[in-house]
Design a binder for this molecule. Structure first.
Ligand SMILES: Cc1cc2nc3c(=O)[nH]c(=O)nc-3n(C[C@H](O)[C@H](O)[C@H](O)COP(=O)(O)OP(=O)(O)OC[C@H]3O[C@@H](n4cnc5c(N)ncnc54)[C@H](O)[C@@H]3O)c2cc1C
Length: 280
């Protein structure tokens, strides 16, 4: 998993499109309004500034288009949960946002070539794994079975519904489950790890990518290990309160790791002992 160190000063980017995904979540496409940042890899994150309010870490959720390796366009899906994400959520086309990055480790998707790929996401955790799907589908023949299992609170909270249908049509095994069904929902109800036993993949030749709330990642990892996926081929994305993004301030320390630098994507062999210690 490669790591990158981004800038300490925000670069101006302008919102060029705003797509409403769910009641509290939007996808913003940003275009550089000055010098573009270096390109981001799937799994890495940016620090986004709503000027006058604050700065928050938000993952890359779409592959950059530029062929020169720079981040001319950036796509971010964000859920409004507090002051900064509410301000970013409200940003309309033309609004200038500050962007620092790229930060953190990547999913290292190419290392899964020749393997089955199993992706498990909970809630907004589907955003950071979206570029994994895009990478794999762009070079479909390099990978074996591709499985995407998604959990959402309700059907109305499900992200990228159209894309889920397109990915299924492209041969991805897509499984969706919700905590609380609404009228007319005919799909699965329950937690996302429950979808793992029925998915078709060869555990011995699988690389798994997991992103979501920490408790969901723990149970998902347990279900994948029980199926026989080796722990060193299981990657999780860990979130902590990130400030500098550069490994300087220590806000995102988790045991020996500074997650803005050594994460967010961490091999489960390193993550597991840290995820099971309370209050660490
Ligand atoms: C590496 C990384 C990547 C992320 N990627 C995305 C993304 O792609 N899309 C997205 O919507 N969000 C993402 N987040 C979460 C996002 O950074 C937080 O929601 C944001 O920092 C909240 O800031 P706020 O000022 O709006 O709210 P605050 O007032 O800081 O918090 C509001 C509520 O959200 C909770 N909260 C704050 N930070 C987090 C966090 N890191 N994880 C879980 N709960 C939190 C607080 O405990 C509080 O209950 C990511 C976080 C990290 C660390």
């Amino acid at each position: 998993m490669s790591a990158a160190t981004g800038s300490a000063l925000p670069h101006p980017y302008r919102v060029v499109s705003r797509h409403v995904d769910t009641a509290d979540t939007v996808t913003l496409e940003l275009d550089h309004d000055g010098a573009p940042l270096p390109g981001f890899a799937p799994g890495q994150f940016a620090m986004l500034t709503a000027f006058g309010i604050g700065e928050v870490p938000i993952s890359l959720c779409g592959l950059p288009e530029a062929s020169d390796g720079s981040a001319r366009r950036l796509t971010h899906t964000l859920r409004a949960v507090g002051a900064v994400t509410r301000a970013l959520h409200a940003a309309t086309p033309g609004t200038v946002i500050g962007v620092r990055g790229p930060f953190g480790t990547s999913w290292d998707v190419p290392s899964a070539a020749g393997h089955d790929v199993v992706i498990v996401a909970g809630g907004i955790g589907l955003a950071p794994v979206r570029p994994i799907l895009q990478t794999v589908l762009a070079e479909r023949t390099r990978y074996g079975e591709v499985v995407l299992l998604v959990g959402a609170r309700t059907p109305a909270d499900l992200l990228y519904a159209d894309e889920l249908r397109r990915w299924a049509a492209a041969g991805v095994q897509v499984g969706v489950t919700v905590d609380r069904p609404s009228d007319g929902w005919t799909g699965h109800v329950g937690v996302v790890p429950a979808l793992i036993p029925a998915a078709r993949f060869d555990p011995g030749r699988t690389v798994a990518f997991v992103c979501g709330p920490e408790v969901m990642m723990r149970f998902t990892a347990r279900a994948l290990l029980d199926r026989g996926v080796p722990a060193d081929r299981l990657r999780v994305s860990l979130e902590r309160n990130m400030r500098c993004g550069l490994g300087w301030c220590g806000h995102c320390q988790l045991g020996p790791l500074l997650l803005c630098r050594d994460g967010p994507v961490v091999d489960y062999t390193r993550a597991e002992p840290l995820m099971t210690v309370r209050e660490l």
